[in-house]
Structure formats: C-alpha cells, structure tokens
Design a protein around this ligand. Structure first.
Ligand SMILES: N[C@@H]1[C@@H](O)[C@H](O)[C@@H](COP(=O)(O)O)O[C@@H]1O
Length: 263
C-alpha cells in the first residue's frame, strides 16, 4: 500500500485524474479489450471528474472503450432524484464524456429483487474480466463504498443498512434532514473491490483523519473496513494534508517521498 500526500483537495483531484489518464493511456483500450473502471460518488471525487472531463475535451482521453461499475446506490430513491447515484454519475460525469451508456453500470436500488440485482452486478464485473482500477472514497467511520463498520472484509455486492454515522455524514445532501436519508443501500463488497487489479482511495479533510490513521497505522480491522486495503497488492491512498492530522509525523515523513511519476 502506498500513501500519496498532497497539499489540498485540488491537488488530490488533479493527481487522481492524471492517474486515471495514465492508466487508460497505457492500457490503450479497444472494442475487444476494454478498460474496466470502478467509480465512487460523494463530494471527494467531484474535482477528479471535472479534471477528467477537461482531459476528454482536450482530446487527451476517450472513454469509448471504457466500462464502468459504480460502488453503490441508495435503495428506494428514484433514479431521477438529485441525490441518487445514477443522477450524480450522469450529471457530474457520464453526460460530459463519450462513454457508451450501456457500459456504465450503476446498481439499481429500485430493482424488484435486490438480491438478484447484486448477483447480476457481480456477474457483470466477472464477464467484463474484472476491474482494472477501482477508485473509492471513504466515510469518516472508515467505510469503503457502503461497507459499514463490522462488515465482512470478504463481502460481495449486497444490500446494507446504513450506520448512524453515515446518515449523519450524508444528511447534508438531503437538506440536513437525517430522516430523508435512505436507510439502506446496495454496495459492492470489500471483497469485490479487493479483487480489482489496482485500487485508488481518495481521502480529504480533517474529518477523515482518524479513519486514515486507523487504515494506515493500525491493523486490518473490520470496524474500519478501508483498512482491508493494506493487504491489496496494488493499493494507493491519495490524501490531502488535512487528512493526515491524526498520523504520526514519522508516518507522514516516510510516505512524503514521492515515487510515482504521472504524465
Ligand atoms: N457510500 C458513499 C461512499 O462511497 C463515499 O466514499 C462516502 C464519502 O463521501 P464524501 O466524499 O462526500 O465524503 O460517502 C458515501 O458514504
């Protein structure tokens, strides 16, 4: 696991977008050999999506042969609700780029049978040949996707009841009214993300500092599900200075040696 420490949220957005650009460019996807990207929602990746849209407009990247799988979706929120992850992905990213809509997969939180929907999603990932790069964000309680504290670290895509901390953290998107935040979500499992060839997790802000410290400095722990990625062969945590506030100076100094060169 590598930890990339950058100055601020803008630097994280730029770095993450350039990392995606680099990986897609190196892979040189074609119709027969598509690049498979796992994607997150939330406030953290917004800047990365903006930069990627810019790269696309400048002709530096194409998503024509990219297949995407989103991490999660609320259960029971209409697809056209401004806080659904379908709506977010379409408005913040997909409608601005040349991705084939049929290749942009987001879990259906309104499916008649949620278990079947999760099974279908896992099957689609398998049929696509697995995920080349899974990008994720975390909650202040250290959850990855919606794998709340206590989730199995070998879990697969399934429905989860959201933890109180997550309802609190996400109420800002629902007029600060916690009662409006859906209580359940469909989420890829920790195991689903662990299966990706490479994982990049974006962590910004002092409210995520404790989670980052737990993930990096303590042992693998199902109460901080993002800590599982210590055991991934190709995992990158990309954070800003604020997110490092709970880390030891020694840890920060160690990881501040930059060894990843991007185009
Ligand atoms: N399920 C999502 C996570 O996938 C996301 O990483 C997290 C952080 O969101 P933000 O980036 O807005 O802090 O929010 C939700 O809980």
């Amino acid at each position: 696991m590598r930890l990339i420490i950058l100055d601020d949220t803008a630097a994280v957005a730029d770095w993450a977008a350039r990392f995606v650009l680099q990986r897609v460019t190196e892979f040189a996807p074609t119709a027969e050999r598509r690049f498979v990207l796992g994607l997150p929602t939330g406030g953290t990746p917004l800047g990365m999506y903006k930069r990627l849209i810019q790269f696309y407009k400048e002709g530096r990247i194409s998503f024509k042969y990219v297949t995407t799988f989103n991490m999660d979706e609320y259960v029971g929120l209409p697809r056209d609700h401004p806080e659904s992850y379908h709506y977010y992905m379409w408005n913040e990213f997909f409608k601005h780029i040349d991705i084939e809509p049929s290749q942009a997969h987001v879990l259906d939180g309104n499916a008649p049978n949620l278990v079947d929907e999760c099974t279908r999603f896992e099957k689609l990932i398998k049929e696509a040949g697995g995920v080349n790069l899974f990008i994720g964000g975390i909650g202040p309680d250290g959850h990855i996707a919606f794998n709340e504290p206590g989730s199995s670290l070998v879990s697969r895509t399934r429905a989860k009841t959201l933890a109180y901390d997550t309802l609190e953290a996400n109420k800002r998107f629902f007029g600060n009214d916690i009662s409006k935040v859906p209580r359940q979500a469909l989420t890829v499992g920790v195991g689903t993300v662990m299966d990706a060839k490479e994982v990049m997790i974006l962590i910004t802000g002092s409210h995520k500092a404790l989670a980052l410290a737990k993930a990096v400095e303590e042992g693998v722990n199902h109460m901080w599900t993002v800590s599982a990625f210590q055991q991934h062969p190709q995992a990158l945590f990309v954070c800003d200075e604020d997110a490092t506030l709970e880390l030891r100076v020694k840890t920060v100094k160690y990881f501040k040696v930059r060894d990843v060169i991007l185009i």
